[in-house]
Design a protein around this ligand. Structure first.
Ligand code: NAD
Length: 370
């Protein structure tokens, strides 16, 4: 597929290739949509085998951000960036500053933040060159680690699903499996433990399990037991693609709701299979939007209280998605895509009304030169 075909396939607005030989910067910034507002999404540093892999990744991730921001009710579009390189060996101040210059050059059409392979320190280097950056540390007036807000959003999302399945949103006594006890999983397990859920926790890193058991009342299970243990709720908070043919065959839970990104190995196939099996799936980008809500808050002067209140909104959004999914007899991930697209359509049409200060930068008339 040619580059333009790849960009046109999902209607990305703009793709910017950035290179700076001296710092070694090779980056791609993809802007999928700015219909709702400036595109916002993290920058990822990864040792891609092929340049095509980096392009495919950044296009897919940027589009995902458009849907996530739309459903979360934010006035933001979708964008993402990737830096091609080994995050363990090829980082430098000048690399991130040169990336920052390219972001600045987009004049706010893309706002960057932290993603896989990027640390707060890297982002602070980016910040030296551009104001279009968020997710900076609290000591610099930023929003800091988004994980507590992500985890809180997942927690309220689980409650919305519980309300749907059992008629009330209490999680007391519910058997819940939490896979992954990293930054999101641990905070989530604490919320669930405080509500006296019957918790089963696991991580491939035994130290995380030991640390979690200090603050969380739970039973530790082996990582391979997550699909077979009889539970009410399975909460994936580790890596993506956990919901596949094999795991769906084994799972006996009523709800899948967790913070991990890209949980369905194949959206179409596995979203439909879960529906057929009667398992309620909370679409990942809806339930884990707390992280985006948190960084978006920084754009207006950060307040953790306001971010948490906004993350509360995930409860109602999920209820709406579940309702649409039932009424239209479609899987929940399809219902959320539909909701996202409808919001973009209905809000973006408002720009046809001239407001007198709409940032129009061109001339209003054309001078005919005869
Ligand atoms: P993290 O790296 O801190 O934690 C992930 C944990 O999962 C690690 O402790 C790891 O050992 C464990 N793990 C990996 N494979 C496992 C397996 N097979 N079984 C059990 N445990 C396993 O990451 P995080 O920030 O907590 O993010 C977790 C997920 O949530 C990721 O998919 C991430 O993309 C997504 N997410 C995070 C945020 C955020 O605010 N941090 C926001 C949105 C989405």
């Amino acid at each position: 597929m040619s580059i333009f075909e790849a960009i046109a396939q999902h209607e990305h607005e703009q793709v910017v290739f950035c290179q700076d030989k001296e710092s070694g910067l090779k980056a791609i910034i993809a802007i999928h949509s700015t219909e709702l507002g400036p595109s916002l999404g993290g920058v990822r540093m990864w040792h891609y085998q092929k340049e095509e892999d980096a392009l495919r990744d950044v296009l897919r991730l940027a589009r995902g951000m458009t849907y996530k921001a739309s459903v979360a009710g934010l006035n933001l579009g979708g964008g993402k960036a990737v830096i091609i390189g080994n995050p363990c060996a090829e980082k430098s101040e000048v690399l991130f500053r040169s990336f920052g210059r390219f972001v600045e050059g987009l004049a706010g059409r893309y706002i960057t933040a932290e993603d896989v392979g990027i640390t707060v320190k890297d982002i602070e280097h980016v910040r030296l060159e551009t104001k279009y950056v968020c997710g900076i540390s609290e000591s610099l007036g930023g929003s800091g680690d988004p994980s507590p807000v992500t985890a809180y959003g997942v927690y309220v999302g689980i409650k919305a699903c519980a309300h749907e399945v059992w008629g009330n949103d209490s999680l007391q006594g519910k058997r819940i499996v939490v896979q992954g006890l990293g930054k999101v999983g641990l905070h989530l397990a604490e919320h669930l433990s405080n509500e006296e859920a019957e918790l089963f926790i696991t991580d491939i890193n035994p130290e995380k399990v030991t640390a979690a058991l200090k603050t969380v009342k739970a039973t530790a299970i082996k990582p391979e037991e997550v699909f077979t243990l009889k539970a009410d709720i399975f909460s994936p908070n580790a890596l993506g693609a956990v919901i596949c043919d094999e795991s769906i065959n084994k799972l006996q839970c009523a709800i899948i709701a967790g913070g991990a990104n890209n949980q369905l190995e194949s959206e179409q196939i596995h979203g439909e299979l879960l529906k057929q099996k009667g398992i309620l799936y909370a679409p990942d980008y809806v339930i884990n939007a707390g992280g985006l809500i948190n960084v978006a808050n920084e754009l207006e002067g950060y307040s953790r209280d306001r971010a948490l209140k906004q993350a509360d909104g995930i409860y109602e959004v999920l209820k709406k998605i579940i309702k649409t999914s039932k009424e239209a007899d479609i899987p929940t991930h399809e219902a959320s895509n539909k909701l996202a697209e409808e919001r973009i359509r209905s809000i973006s049409r408002l720009s046809r009304y001239y407001t007198g200060h709409s940032g129009y930068a061109g001339k209003f008339s054309f001078l005919y030169n005869k």
